[in-house]
Design a protein around this ligand. Structure first.
Ligand code: NDP
Length: 454
């Protein structure tokens, strides 16, 4: 008779934890329990990727209606009904949450709707007071928004609250220049909110290809976002229902809301990790090896709590690989190489995979193939935005090291380019692929001469 209640106890019902629990129980026959203190589905489903993408769709209609008029349609846009949209959004999130729940139930996972913390390497204590013994424990508690402390920081909100506005504010200040800041600047701008964005550095989207960042920023500004570079907040005070923001350059302006999108930190506080002997890194992340195993052999961790690549599909892969390795007799490590991603800005998204031009240059001699042009659809409608198709190629191996696309639906395009690049495609493989015409992405296979060598 085993002295364990479960083979696996998962803390956290987000993308990584749910995948691991379902695969371990449903496919590999393990006895699994999972605890989630908030809503099943985690950041991605409840307050991240999913509601964000639906808001991207909602916010794109004014531009689509302008375009429709340019194509000869007689369209009159009414006002945006935020309450109606939010009601539908809430219903959709409820539906997805229950789908996650029934997936777990179907796999035979025991679900605890409460917080769980570690008591020791193989014991979990639930908020109900119950103690559960498990052979293995998986921590998949994700992350949360980080807000720096400054005078008035208690007045700001984060992406967690952005879906919960009762009424959309007239004006918003967004602070930050990463994925979340740029995406929400475009979303709120599209929904008719007057958006100002402060970014402390020289150009938004640090870490992405410089040329692509520049084009995205240019379009955000052209679209109506008041983007201030080298700008930061010094203090905020509440004055007659508005937030009065004093910037570091001394300027003062009032906003209906201030949204901080200044990065995220791993959710490791108060989980009993130190006590159990788990090693934490500088940001509080759980330090794991390539198998997602922590310093304590019975404790594993996947997803944002490990601060490797903080993207939903990566967490899912990590959770799946963990379950196959530990319960399925199929040892495999999650692959963190050449992970594609997309920033859902508007009118153009930024899709990217592999090395930026700047990083590749440091690694060896490269050729850069790039073209910017006004796409047919927008050009016909008299819209000025350009798109970018860019390949970074190794001179030595001819392999395409990086692909960067700034275009409407770049997120869809980069997924397919990523397959070729992951397979090790060379520039010549791209060249011998016949173009799909007329399309924007055909330029990826028709660029003949490098624009630069590096
Ligand atoms: P990011 O790390 O992408 O960006 C944080 C931004 O905040 C940076 O511009 C950073 O500036 C700035 N910043 C950090 N600290 C401060 C500070 N104290 N004062 C002022 N500015 C500051 O984080 P996000 O919150 O945007 O996103 C978190 C993660 O979530 C992403 O890294 C990504 O992995 C994931 N995500 C993915 C999405 C997608 O796939 N489409 C969408 C949304 C999130 P600096 O550059 O100078 O450091």
């Amino acid at each position: 008779m085993s002295d364990f209640d479960f083979d696996l106890f998962v803390i956290g019902g987000g993308s990584g934890g749910v995948r691991a629990a379902r695969v371990a129980a449903g496919e590999h026959g393990a006895k699994v329990a999972l605890a989630e203190e908030y809503r099943m589905g985690g950041t991605c489903v409840i307050r991240g990727c999913v509601p964000k993408k639906l808001m991207v769709f909602a916010s794109g209609f004014p531009a689509a209606m302008d375009e429709a008029r340019a194509y000869g349609w007689q369209v009159t846009a009414g006002a945006f009904d935020w309450a109606a949209f939010r009601g539908k959004l809430d219903a959709e999130l409820d539906r997805l949450e229950s789908a996650y729940r029934s997936g777990l139930k179907g796999a035979g996972v025991t679900v605890h709707d409460c917080r769980a913390v570690l008591e020791d390497a193989q014991t979990v204590r639930l908020a109900t007071g119950a103690r559960v013994r498990a052979r293995q424990i998986l921590v998949a508690t994700g992350g949360r928004p980080f807000v720096p402390v400054f005078p008035g920081s208690e007045h700001v909100i984060t992406s967690n609250e952005i879906f919960k506005f009762d009424v959309l504010p007239e004006s918003v200040l967004i602070v930050g220049g990463g994925f979340i800041a740029c995406e929400f600047a475009c979303i709120l701008n599209g929904l008719g909110v007057k958006v100002t964005q402060f970014y402390r550095g020289e150009q938004v989207l640090r870490g992405f290809d410089l040329e692509a960042r520049g084009l995205v920023a240019e379009q955000m500004v052209a679209g109506g976002v008041d983007l201030r570079l080298g700008a930061d907040v010094a203090a905020i005070e509440k004055v007659s229902g508005k937030l009065r923001v004093k910037a570091i350059d001394g300027s003062v302006a009032d906003f209906g809301a201030v949204v901080y999108a200044t990065g995220r930190v791993p959710n490791t506080e108060g989980l009993g990790l130190n006590e159990a002997g788990v090693t934490l890194g500088k940001k509080g992340e759980i330090v794991v090896d390539a198998w997602s195993q922590s310093a304590v052999p019975s404790i594993y961790a996947v997803g944002d709590v490990t601060d490797r690549i903080n993207l939903t599909p990566v967490a899912i892969r990590e959770g799946h690989a963990f379950a196959d390795t530990v319960f399925g007799g199929r040892p495999r490590q999650p692959d963190h190489d050449l992970v594609a991603s997309a920033v859902f800005t508007q009118p153009c998204e930024l899709g990217t995979v592999g090395m930026t031009e700047e990083a590749a240059q440091k690694a060896g001699p490269i050729e850069v193939y790039a073209t910017t042009f006004k796409p047919m659809r927008g050009a016909f409608a008299g819209r000025g935005h350009k798109v970018l198709m860019k390949l970074v190629v190794s001179v030595e191996t001819r392999k395409v090291l990086g692909c960067h696309i700034v275009a409407p639906e770049a997120g869809e395009m980069i997924q397919l380019a990523a397959i070729a690049i992951k397979m090790g495609a060379t520039k010549e493989d791209f060249d011998r692929t016949c173009a799909v015409h007329p399309s924007m992405s055909e330029e990826l296979v028709t660029m003949r001469k490098p624009v630069r060598m590096g």
